[in-house]
Each structure stands twice: as structure tokens, then as C-alpha cells.
Design a protein around this ligand. Structure first.
Ligand code: ATP
Length: 483
């Protein structure tokens, strides 16, 4: 990451805090690592992104319905899904600093350092990563440890090579359910929302009378005890997912995989975020349940990173739940007169990561200095209007002469339709800048002329252009611009 990008990332983090988007959890107790709270504008933005996704999935598709499953699930769910046995990362601890690393991250960081040494280093890094991939694929932990020792890879804190053996570390959080300690049994906080959909497959199919192909969408919290968690809301221990499982006839998975790959990218682009900031990344090493998988990656200030996964999950999940529950999870396809366990294409996006994407796209430090004039600049969040926390600020130019009364009337007229904000304090220029900083796309200013002819000034956030419109036009104009 270049210094410039790092600075930009840090600036976004500071801005998010200063303007009430994201706070460190339990900050007064020095915070809880990789857990965050959303403030007044952050919670609005997050809700708007969630709604935008939910609407595009359910309202805009006849054949997708939603559910809202519980976070706690029967513990066997996670045995069936493979999470108890497979949802783990190989970890290694440095004995001197006690710092724990994900093995692949430790080796990759060393490879990055090698690459900085020019052509020879690049070759060494490539060989190292190649060796790592092969050993990881074979789960050869002794070999990986040897690789770390041979390359004299040191801990960034203690700067020693004094390493423990490599162990698997499960990422699921567990807790106990039950009123008396004796009766209690271990349950997990769900590490993904998908399983709530799979176990409800037949409930939904029957009650909503769905015919294959059809989808079930869900948004909700997921929990992972992530080890490397120091990239703000990019990787959190408690986060929110927006997932959709699309149930299909076996054999049609390739075409539906292509369909959802394109459809999901279009959703991202529909927000007006430039296509060159996105790319697909096909998985070479597939998860135990997948026959094809890719990530949609976005160029964050910390580089191209996954924001969404598209996975062709075959009949793995339903098949496993059928096996573990002894309940039939088949579908009768009347078109071909056959019973089968459906195949599944999954689209899975992190709401918090999408939030970070929106902030990364929106954050702009704009130089407004005019030739020969004093230095001037503004920070503006160019959030797509459809998801902006506040759509309209209503600002009377002064606190007197009846202007606040007119502004209040505009508020009353507009607030049932979109989120508005009223403010009469400070000079108008400062009020505009504050709205720029939280990404409000439109400001209406009520001035003395309003009293004469019923017109107001509407100011556009991105261009800073101002035009006069009649009060009666405000609602329609906003509705048009926001949609
Ligand atoms: P990564 O490789 O970044 O750990 P993953 O491949 O494990 O992610 P999935 O299990 O496919 O992620 O989860 C789907 C989506 O959920 C991801 O694309 C991401 O947007 C989001 N997500 C996963 N883990 C986290 C996390 N710890 N914090 C925030 N979002 C997450």
C-alpha cells in the first residue's frame, strides 16, 4: 500500500468517526478489537445499503423471497455444514511476543518484503508463495513450519524466529444455552447466515409455494473469531451478511452461476461506482462445498479485495442436512417428473464491507482554491443519492423574518417521503460544508425572495451548482434525482 493510499484509508477512518458514521465498540473502555458501532449517519447509510440490496433481490425478482432466521441454531447444523471440522485457519504463535499469525498471512507479508528488493527478490517471493500454496493444499503443517524456519521469517513485534508448531484454529464463537449449568449445551454464534436458509428450504418452498428455480434471501449478523483483524470494518469479528441462496435443477449450475455473476456486478454498477474499480477473481482452490466460486473484488485504498462471493455450492448443504437430520430435503420437479436435492448458487456480500466500499468511493478532498485566491478545500462524501443517509437539508438563510416557518413547512412536506435535516445555525457556507461532509446530495435554502415569489435555492452537492425552483417542485425533483 502506498503512503498516499494509506493516508487516504486513515483519513476515511477519521472522517467516519468525526462525522458519526462508525465508532470503535466500547470506546470508553479502550475499545474491543475488530468490533464496531455505527453512529447516527452510519446506521442510516447501513440501513439504506441493506434496503437497496433487499429490494433488488426480493421486490425486483418474482422468484426470490426473504426470511429472517435466528442467530442460534441447533449445534448439529454446524457439524452438517462442515464448519465444526473445516472452518479453521492454520495459525502459528511467536513464543517471545505471544503474537498469533495466520500462517498464510505471515508468509505473504514476508513475500511482500522480498518483492521490494527488485527482480531477484520477486523471484524468491514467487517461489516462496508457490511452495506455500502446495503445502497448504496438502495441509502439510510440518512442511509449512519448515518453510517459515528456512526463510528465517520473523515476528514483526519480537523480530525473532521462535515459533510454536502450527495448529488449526476454529473461527466459530461458542457459548452455552440452557438455564442450569448442568443442562447447558454448547452452541455456536452463526459464522454465516446461509445455514438458516438451508434448514428452512422446505418450510419456505411449501409455504410460499415456490417452484424451482427460486431464491431465499436473508440479511443478518454473523460472527467469526478472526485472527487478523486490523483493517477497520473490512474484517470484523461481528459483522452483517446479505446472502441469497438460489435453488436450481442439478445440471443447470453453470448457466445460473454466470447469470448471478453478471447480475451481482450490475447491482454494484447501478450505484454509479465506476466499472474499472471492480474485477472478478476466480477461486483456484475451491472450498469443500463448491464446484465453482469467484469473488467480486473492489479496489479499496488497501488494494483490490473481496467484497462479495458467488459460489456454486452443488447439493452439498441440503445433502448434508438431509443426512444429519434424517429428514428428506428433496423437491419434486413436475416439469420433468423427478425428485431431487436441488443445487444451489449462492451470492454472499458483507454489508459492512459494502459500507466501507461506499465510503472509499465517496470520500473526496476537493481543492477549491481559485487562481490567485486563498487556499480553500472541502471534504465531500459523494455517496450515491439513493443510499445517502440524509437526502435533503432544509436551511433558512436567517433565523428571523418568517424564514424558519417556511423552512419548517418544507420539512413537514418532505420528511414522510425521504430523510430530511433542518438547521438554522451558522453561516450558510458552513452549513453546506457540513452537509457535504455527511454526503447530503441536496440542500434547499429559504431566503427573502422565497417570501416574494415562493422559490428557493437548491444546491447540488457534487457540482456545488445552485438553481432556483418553486417550493411546489421540491418533492418531485428530489424523488426523480434520488431514484
Ligand atoms: P475473506 O477471504 O475476506 O475472509 P471469506 O471468503 O471468508 O472472506 P465468505 O465466507 O465468502 O468470506 O463471506 C461472504 C462475504 O462476507 C465476504 O465477501 C465479505 O464481504 C463478508 N465477510 C466475511 N468475513 C467478514 C469479516 N470478518 N468482516 C466483515 N465482512 C466479512
Amino acid at each position: 500500500m502506498s503512503i498516499q493510499d494509506n493516508n487516504r484509508f486513515q483519513a476515511i477512518i477519521s472522517h467516519a468517526k468525526e462525522y458519526g458514521f462508525v465508532f470503535q465498540s466500547s470506546e470508553i473502555y479502550d475499545g474491543l478489537s475488530a468490533v464496531y458501532d455505527y453512529g447516527p449517519y452510519g446506521s442510516e447509510l447501513k440501513k439504506n445499503i441493506r434496503d437497496y440490496w433487499w429490494k433488488s433481490m426480493t421486490q425486483m425478482h418474482d422468484n426470490i423471497v426473504g426470511i429472517d432466521a435466528a442467530i442460534f441454531m441447533h449445534p448439529t447444523t454446524w457439524k452438517a455444514s462442515g464448519h465444526v471440522d473445516n472452518f479453521s485457519d492454520p495459525m502459528i504463535d511467536n513464543k517471545d511476543s505471544k503474537k498469533r499469525y495466520r500462517v498464510d498471512h505471515l508468509i505473504e507479508a514476508h513475500a511482500d518484503k522480498l518483492k521490494e528488493k527488485g527482480a531477484e527478490g520477486e523471484g524468491q517471493a514467487a517461489a516462496l508463495l508457490d511452495a506455500m500454496d502446495q503445502l497448504l493444499a496438502k495441509e502439510d503443517f510440518a512442511g509449512l513450519k519448515q518453510l517459515i524456519d528456512d526463510n528465517k521469517i520473523v515476528c514483526s513485534v519480537s523480530e525473532t524466529c521462535n515459533w510454536t508448531d502450527i495448529r488449526q484454529f476454529n473461527l466459530m464463537f461458542s457459548t452455552e444455552i440452557g438455564s442450569v449449568a448442568d443442562d447447558a449445551s454448547t452452541i455456536y454464534l452463526r459464522p454465516e447466515t446461509a445455514q438458516g436458509i438451508f434448514v428452512n428450504f422446505l418450510n419456505v418452498q411449501k409455504t410460499a409455494r415456490m417452484k424451482i428455480p427460486f431464491g431465499i434471501a436473508q440479511t443478518g449478523k454473523a460472527f467469526r473469531n478472526e485472527i487478523v483483524a486490523r483493517q477497520f470494518i473490512f474484517r470484523m469479528r461481528e459483522f452483517e451478511q446479505m446472502e441469497m441462496q438460489f435453488f436450481i435443477r442439478p445440471g443447470t449450475q453453470k448457466e445460473w452461476y454466470e447469470y448471478w455473476k453478471e447480475t451481482r456486478l450490475k447491482w454494484h454498477l447501478s450505484l454509479g461506482i465506476p466499472a474499472e474499480k471492480y474485477r472478478y477473481h476466480d477461486h483456484v482452490k475451491l472450498a469443500h462445498y463448491a464446484d465453482a466460486a469467484l469473488d467480486i473484488e473492489y479496489e479499496f485504498p488497501i488494494g483490490f479485495k473481496e467484497v462479495e462471493g458467488i459460489h456454486s455450492r452443488t447439493d452439498y448443504d441440503l445433502g448434508r442436512h438431509q443426512q444429519f437430520s434424517n429428514k428428506k430435503l428433496t423437491y419434486f420437479d413436475t416439469e420433468i417428473n423427478q425428485h431431487y436435492v436441488p443445487y444451489v448458487i449462492e451470492t454472499s456480500i458483507g454489508l459492512d464491507r459494502m459500507f466501507l466500499l461506499v465510503l472509499s468511493h465517496a470520500y473526496d478532498e476537493e481543492d477549491l482554491t481559485k487562481e490567485g485566491g486563498p487556499k480553500d478545500s472541502r471534504v465531500v462524501l459523494r455517496i450515491p443519492p439513493a443510499i445517502a443517509p440524509i437526502k435533503l437539508a432544509v436551511l433558512p438563510l436567517t433565523k428571523k423574518d418568517g424564514l424558519p416557518e417556511i423552512a419548517r413547512q418544507i420539512m413537514d412536506d418532505c420528511r414522510p417521503h425521504f430523510r430530511c435535516f433542518y438547521e438554522e445555525k451558522d453561516a450558510i457556507g458552513r452549513r453546506y460544508r457540513r452537509q457535504d461532509a455527511i454526503g447530503t446530495p441536496f440542500c434547499i435554502t429559504v431566503d427573502h425572495q422565497t417570501k416574494d415569489d415562493g422559490t428557493v435555492t437548491i444546491r447540488h452537492r457534487d457540482s456545488m451548482l445552485q438553481e432556483r425552483i418553486h417550493i411546489t417542485e421540491i418533492r418531485n425533483k428530489l424523488a426523480h434525482e434520488i431514484n
